[in-house]
Design a protein around this ligand. Sequence first.
Ligand code: ZN
Length: 139
Amino acid sequence: MAVVDHLEDSVPHPITVDPRPQVERGPDGLRRVTGRRCRSCGEVAAYTWPRCPSCRDAVEQASFGPDGTVWSATVVRIPVPGRTPPYALAYVDLDDGPRVLAHVRAPVDAATATAPAIGSRVRLAACSADGDIQVEVLA
Ligand SMILES: [Zn+2]
């Protein structure tokens, strides 16, 4: 007999949903990632979880951004289906929020493609036509 946790019913099956974090545009025109924050320990997640992944306590909906700091970045120079190299990817620590993987919006050509420096400040931008999270480097 299978044991069913009733909390699992409140979360869509992961295979049926887009696994990328969701970005929404607020009334101020700025974009934020929708996620969860634990009421007890403050753990944040860019995904829907029924319980805190750290302490299993209750979570509440939260939004993170619009700005963040580059934790790591790279330029992808190999062909990948659906993507045209070169393009830059960055792990971004959203302010008071989780770390997300984002495409870096920038004019990129094969000769000069560079990734943003670690510690660069970035802002969430409109998602790509394919639904990828994108950021712009702040001056
Ligand atoms: Zn917690």
